[in-house]
Design a protein around this ligand. Structure first.
Ligand SMILES: Nc1ncnc2c1ncn2[C@@H]1O[C@H](COP(=O)(O)OP(=O)(O)O)[C@@H](O)[C@H]1O
Ligand SMILES: [Mg+2]
Length: 258
């Protein structure tokens, strides 16, 4: 049986996963600071909006006003979709403080209150009939309490997958870390996309590798990509070889750099 797929519309990406992310998958988008996780997530949401698929952006790292500005700067102004009730930002950043925050429709006052976050998210998904969800970043929900990481991700998965959404969970890892966000999290998700930034001969190179994607075959290679003022462009026919320096054990498994 042909599975249903969600076309990300990110140039070059859908080819890497045989046409799109399998519907209802919860996909970790992991990488160090500045690797393009947020831009990838915004592009995924916006491409859904123009295809008539409502989307929700859970903002845990940045002010919701800044999220809208950043999207608009890349040519993805979400304003009209927000006015039409097709796009929403969930403010899990301001704690409800400030004039701008008072105008937000969906607010979660404390990131420690995962239950409220899930309730607000469920309400927003139903209001919008949303099919794409981004949580940027999921790391913020458990950075101070790694023991709850797996449980938080499993609760998100139960809600998002159960309701029919296809979701990206942004996961912050430190510059030297080779992992994706901790063992509990990595095993709980349906997919893992890793974005990297590597210095080769004094220049930084961007690359993407798909580590895991349930329900489909996918590229097993590392592919170069670029970020321009139009967003992410992946080169699926090219591969990038990265010979990483040996990382000493003390550098493995650190926190995040953001
Ligand atoms: N208009 C642009 N043109 C080229 N590169 C850009 C542009 N805007 C942002 N970038 C690159 O994207 C990076 C930020 O990407 P972002 O998705 O915010 O990273 P992350 O969320 O992984 O920390 C910047 O450090 C910069 O290198
Ligand atoms: Mg980011």
């Amino acid at each position: 049986m042909e599975i249903e797929r969600v076309f990300t519309g990110i140039p070059g990406f859908d080819e890497l996963v045989n046409g799109g992310i399998p519907k209802r998958n919860i996909v970790l988008i992991a990488g160090g600071p500045g690797t393009g996780k947020t831009i990838f997530a915004m592009q995924y949401i916006y491409n859904g909006l123009v295809r008539g698929e409502p989307g929700i952006y859970v903002a845990l790292e940045e002010h919701p006003v800044q999220v809208r500005i950043n999207m608009a700067q890349l040519g993805w102004d979400p304003k009209r979709f927000e006015e039409q009730g097709k796009f929403a930002v969930i403010d899990a950043f301001t704690g409800g403080f400030g004039e701008a925050a008072k105008r937000e429709r969906y607010v979660v006052k404390s990131v420690d209150d995962v239950q409220t976050l899930l309730d607000v998210l469920r309400t927003a998904i139903k209001d919008l009939n949303a099919s794409r969800v981004v949580v940027d970043s999921v790391t913020t929900l458990y950075i101070t309490k790694p023991v709850i990481a797996r449980s938080v991700v499993l609760q998100l998965k139960k809600l998002l997958s159960g309701i029919g959404c296809t979701s990206l969970l942004v996961s912050q890892v430190s510059i030297t870390e080779r992992g994706f966000g901790g063992p509990g999290v990595e095993h709980a998700v349906d997919g893992i996309i890793r974005l990297d930034l590597d210095e080769i001969d004094g220049r930084l190179y961007r690359s993407i590798i798909i580590w895991k994607m349930r329900g489909t075959s996918h590229s097993m290679s590392r592919h170069p990509f670029e970020i321009t003022n139009k967003g992410i462009q992946i080169y699926p026919k090219q591969t990038l070889k990265v010979y990483r320096q040996q990382v000493s054990p003390s550098e493995i498994g650190g926190g995040t750099d953001e």
